[in-house]
Design a protein around this ligand. Structure first.
Ligand code: GSH
Length: 290
């Protein structure tokens, strides 16, 4: 699948040969997709070269038969390395960390390695929560403005995964009243609580050392901030905001996020998210008994 294809070359990669190099890494990704941004950040931190295949999610390019052969759920990102197809953004991050280029982002020490992998495993739930917060608010209002209910349903029916279809339909119909929103609040509250506890002791999620855990989570927290929902952590778990600021100061944030969603995109999302904040804040307090 060759849509917009660009070769990304990092300075580090030129200087350090990979231990195993069957082919150029090929990443199918979406510009504003949080899971794609997460992998782009990882590739930048590792200093790896990669070829870009942009998938336009709004146009439904993720449902094209040639893409579904790589990723049957019809979601981004997908990494191809020679004959190997890797799906699931956290698994892709672990794969690229194993390739031998750049700094080791999962420590060798078994305890720290387990800690990092637990953050990575948690990303499945965290992604579901971020997807919920995006589609129950800004995503829903964008779709309602652009499509008739019949067109919106037709787009939902093109999603190959029945569970994802049911969720999207529920968010489209109920918005912030969907039970998925209560589930998202539970996941996010516990995420912020655990981040606060760890970050009280050091700048990064494994303490003093930047790791794949930080790489994996930044695009999710960044999305909530872009929606204008940073009030979810500002008062009770402020270390999350400090960690986000530190993560944004890294070159990989520019490479992974800003180069794809610059100021215009950021302003659009913040403006679109602002009207939802009072309701989000009210429900957060109610659901979590805060
Ligand atoms: N757990 C998967 C989630 C992948 C996923 O849902 N990606 C979203 C973008 S962040 C997507 O492709 N959505 C397209 C759609 O729902 O049609 C991962 O981390 O790779």
């Amino acid at each position: 699948m060759r849509l917009t294809t660009t070769k990304q070359v990092s300075q580090n990669a030129k200087n350090s040969p990979r231990m195993w190099k069957p082919q150029m890494l090929e990443l199918s990704h979406g510009t504003t997709s949080v899971c794609s941004a997460k992998v782009r950040i990882g590739l930048s931190e590792k200093g790896l070269e990669w070829h870009s295949h942009q998938i336009n999610l709004t146009k439904g390019e993720q449902h094209r038969p040639e893409y579904l052969r790589l990723n049957p759920k019809g979601v981004v990102p997908t990494l191809v390395d020679g004959g190997l197809v890797v799906v699931e953004s956290s698994v892709i991050l672990e794969y690229i960390d194993d390739l031998g280029t750049g700094p080791r982002l999962i420590p060798k020490n078994p305890q720290d390695s387990a800690r990092a992998r637990m953050w990575l495993a948690r990303c499945i739930d965290v992604h579901a929560a971020i997807n919920t917060m995006t589609f129950s608010t800004v995503g829903r209002s964008r779709i309602r403005a652009a499509k008739t209910p019949e067109e919106a349903e037709a787009a939902i029916l093109r999603m190959p995964n029945p569970a994802a279809r049911a969720k999207r339909r529920d968010l489209f119909n109920l918005g912030l009243e969907s039970p998925h929103v209560d589930a998202a609040f539970f996941i996010l509250r516990s995420l912020f609580h655990d981040m606060q506890t760890i970050l009280d002791r050091g700048p990064w999620l494994l303490g003093t050392r930047y790791s794949l855990a930080d790489v994996a989570l930044v695009s999710y927290v960044d999305r909530l901030d872009r929606l204008g929902f940073s009030g979810l952590w500002d008062r009770h778990t402020p270390q999350v905001g400090r960690w986000l600021t530190a993560s944004r100061a890294r070159q990989s944030y520019k490479k992974g996020i800003l180069d794809y969603a610059g100021d215009v995109e950021t302003d659009k999302m913040r403006t679109a998210g602002a009207p939802f904040w009072p309701d989000v804040q009210y429900r957060w307090g109610k659901v979590l008994n805060l």
